[in-house]
Structure formats: structure tokens, C-alpha cells
Ligand binder design. Structure first.
Ligand code: FES
Ligand SMILES: [Fe+2]
Length: 422
């Protein structure tokens, strides 16, 4: 279906027969969530292309010899800290026959050794030793022109910003701060520009295309409808003061709300907005006990960085979520719950308690995990169909006074179309 007729005798070049609907970014063709050719192209154009991908946090590698494995798209990656304290990243693929070199999620090692034939690499990915290089008892071994310097783990370009380590395969993409743009960089600094402390992590597999999760993070429209707890207990509602800021390319965003500035809107008493009508009280009200951390009044924010991460700050619950595609209809989602080094024990406990608002035992991760799968299942037999996203207009622009809009979702598609060439 994807092979173009070719006039010459040269081998036919596969091309993608794909056209975006004329309505533009207010539509997302369902085919994008199920087509293996598009999925493959995304690996090249996005994950191995001009994007910065969140790899891990600096604080996850405190000591020399620490490593952490992750992925950029589907490419396995190792991040290490060497004996000079320097961070390195490289593809987790042995220069011999391509086996994974590091097998654990994290560890502390003197060097990296492939389990298959014991090739040994320094923490910077340079090949150091090849087992039986000179053969055994003078027999066998590598040819005399074999040069260890020519066989190393493929390096990944990295940059650190506010304690986050980003990686890219692109030599052309601008630095991370320029990639984020000034407004995005400033909001990340608000949340992360101080020593961090990891409070806990978890991960989940969601059974949907990665872009449905990328959309969902930018979908301020659903946040107070699907997540009924947020509405009922006034954690996040669209009748709070709030808005959305998009980056210049529109593919990163911040959505923010101020809980103290709630003016109850009549729309929430509409019987169909079910959560607003609950007469509920918490048996454990300390779940919502929070303190003011910033003087801008913002009590809830979600900030995305294209393609694979978000920073969430709900009351005092600070977390980084990042995700990796694991096939056209499967995505692995990772959560890192954070506090600051300066936090008191009581503050740490409050953050941990509030992680239940979104965490594994909580509400949001479960609800979003389900809903994205519902979209995957609802659309997979209709590749010619498309979603309809005109809430708040048909373009992608910042909307500083309202979140009753799908502007950030359209922004994702604008950026996606640009980098994919669609
Ligand atoms: S594949 Fe790694 S040493 Fe052979
Ligand atoms: Fe959600």
C-alpha cells in the first residue's frame, strides 16, 4: 500500500501515501495511532531526529560508576557518571554483535561489560578490552589491524537543564534551552531549579499509541471532567483562574490554574458534569493539606516538553512523567515523584501523601491509562476517520485566560506535522 510506482529501473522507493485532512490541526487522522509505517517513520523523524528526549535526572546518578538505562523512542540508551563526575550517554548496543550491554534499570559498576563475549567498555563508552583479542596459546584472535579505538558504544549528545538530562541523535538541533524557548524554560526553572530529591517512582504500561498520551497531557478540556476527584474537591476546575501557554513551535505547553481564584461557574451545575454534584467529604482530609510554595498563586500545572515528557505540579505534588513507545499500540509510562532537598520531613510526607492524587494507587494515572486505551480501541478499525478538536477554536495559540480549549492538543499536532513533514 505504501510503494509508489517508479518510472526508472531503480528499486522502488517506499513512500507514505498520507494526506492530512483539509481542516488541519483541528483533526487528527485515526490512522496515526495504528499504522506501523507511520510508527517507523516517527522513530526516524522524531526520536532519532531534531528533538531532545528526556533521559533521566542528574540526581539519579549521584556516584561515579552509576548508570541508568532508558530509551530514546525504541533505541536503548545508557546514561553513566564517570570518575570525574561527568555524565555520558550512549546507545546500549554492543559494538561486537549488538547485544544490550547494561541489563539492569540502574546499577553501580567499575566499567561496562557485555555478557555475551565479555567486551569491556569504560564509563564513557570507549572499548577497553576484547576477550581473547590475541587468541589462545597463539591461535585465533583478532586480525592484527584490529583497533579498539574504532569500536565504541555509539555516543548520544546530551545536555542537562534544571537537573534533567536530555539526549538527542541530532547534531543540528539547537541547545535544550533554546529548544524549550524562554517561556517554557522559565516555568521549568520555577519548578525544578534547585536541588531535587526523589521520593518514589513507578511505571505502567498503557495500551495505546504514544501520541494519545501526548495529546492527553495537553488536553485541559478533559482534566476536570474525567478526573472527577479534581472537580469534586476543587483541586483543578475550569472555573478557576488559569490558562495555557504554548511555545513558539506550539509543541510544548504549560497549563496552569489558581485554586484560590475559583468562581463557581453555572456550567458545573449542569447535571451532565456529574462530579460537581457529589456531596462528598474525605475521610482523610490530610490528602489535600497543602502549603503555598510560590507567590504566583498557581496551585496546579502540567507542562509538556515534546516529544516524551511532562512536569506535573498539583498542590505540592511534583512529578516528572516520561514515556517510551513500545509498539504502535503500546506505551510505557514512567513517573518520578520529587521533592526538594531543602524540604522538611513534614513537607516530604505531605508531598508523598499528595502523590496519591495522581500516582499508582491514586486516580489520574488509572483514569488516563483507561481513557487512552478506550480511544485506541474505539478508533483502530477506522483509519480513514479523524478526531474533531475545535474546542476553543481551530488554531494553536496561547490562551492565558481559559482552559476550556483544545489549543495545546492542536499545538502538539502542529509541531508533529512540522517534524514529520506531514
Ligand atoms: S555481543 Fe557484546 S561482546 Fe559479543
Ligand atoms: Fe488526565
Amino acid at each position: 500500500m505504501l510503494t509508489a510506482p517508479h518510472p526508472s529501473s531503480a528499486p522502488a522507493k517506499p513512500v507514505l501515501d498520507f494526506k492530512w485532512p483539509a481542516e488541519g490541526i483541528a483533526r487528527a487522522p485515526y490512522r496515526l495511532f495504528t499504522d506501523p509505517e507511520i510508527y517507523k517513520l516517527e522513530q526516524d523523524r522524531i526520536f532519532r531526529g531534531r528533538s531532545w528526549n528526556f533521559l533521566c535526572l542528574d540526581v539519579e546518578l549521584p556516584k561515579a560508576g552509576d548508570y541508568r538505562t532508558t530509551t530514546i523512542g525504541e533505541t536503548p540508551v545508557i546514561v553513566t557518571r564517570d570518575h570525574d563526575g561527568k555524565i555520558h550517554a550512549m546507545v546500549n548496543r554492543c559494538a561486537h554483535k549488538g547485544a544490550l550491554v547494561c541489563l539492569k534499570k540502574q546499577d553501580n559498576v567499575a566499567s561496562l561489560t557485555c555478557v555475551y563475549h565479555a567486551w569491556n567498555y569504560g564509563l564513557d563508552g570507549q572499548l577497553k578490552g576484547v576477550a581473547f583479542r590475541n587468541g589462545v596459546r597463539g591461535q585465533g584472535g583478532m586480525p592484527s589491524d584490529f583497533d579498539v579505538a574504532k569500536h565504541r558504544l555509539q555516543p548520544v549528545r546530551i545536555e542537562s537543564f534544571c537537573g534533567m538530562i536530555f539526549g538527542t541523535f541530532s547534531t543540528e538541533v539547537e541547545g535544550v534551552e533554546a529548544y524549550l524557548g524562554p517561556e517554557m524554560a522559565q516555568f521549568i526553572k520555577r519548578n525544578l531549579d534547585r536541588p531535587l530529591r526523589i521520593l518514589g517512582t513507578h511505571s505502567q504500561t498503557i495500551h495505546n499509541n504514544w501520541k494519545l498520551y501526548a495529546e492527553n497531557l495537553r488536553d485541559s478540556y478533559h482534566a476536570t471532567l474525567l478526573h472527577t476527584f479534581y472537580t469534586t474537591f476543587k483541586v483543578n476546575r475550569l472555573d478557576m483562574d488559569g490558562g495555557i501557554i504554548l511555545s513558539d513551535e506550539k509543541w510544548h505547553h504549560v497549563s496552569f490554574a489558581r485554586r484560590a481564584k475559583l468562581q463557581e461557574a453555572a456550567e458545573y451545575s449542569d447535571a451532565k458534569v456529574h462530579s460537581a454534584n457529589y456531596e462528598s467529604a474525605l475521610e482523610g482530609p490530610r490528602l489535600l493539606k497543602a502549603w503555598e510554595e510560590f507567590d504566583d498563586g498557581i496551585t496546579h500545572s502540567i507542562q509538556t516538553v515534546f516529544p516524551n515528557m511532562c512536569i506535573q505540579f498539583t498542590l505540592n505534588s511534583l512529578a516528572i512523567r516520561f514515556f517510551a513507545p513500545r509498539g504502535v499500540d503500546k506505551t510505557e509510562l514512567f513517573w518520578i515523584f520529587l521533592g526538594y532537598d531543602r524540604d522538611t520531613e513534614e513537607q516530604s510526607q505531605m508531598r508523598i501523601m499528595q502523590s496519591n492524587l495522581t500516582g499508582a494507587a491514586g486516580l489520574v494515572s488509572l483514569e488516563d491509562g483507561c481513557i487512552n486505551e478506550f480511544v485506541q480501541r474505539g478508533t483502530r478499525d477506522d483509519p480513514g476517520g479523524a478526531s474533531f478538536m475545535e474546542m476553543g477554536g481551530r488554531v494553536a495559540e496561547s490562551e492565558k485566560n481559559s482552559r476550556a480549549t483544545e489549543t495545546a492538543v492542536r499545538g502538539f499536532w502542529q509541531g508533529y506535522r512540522g517534524i514529520m513533514g506531514f
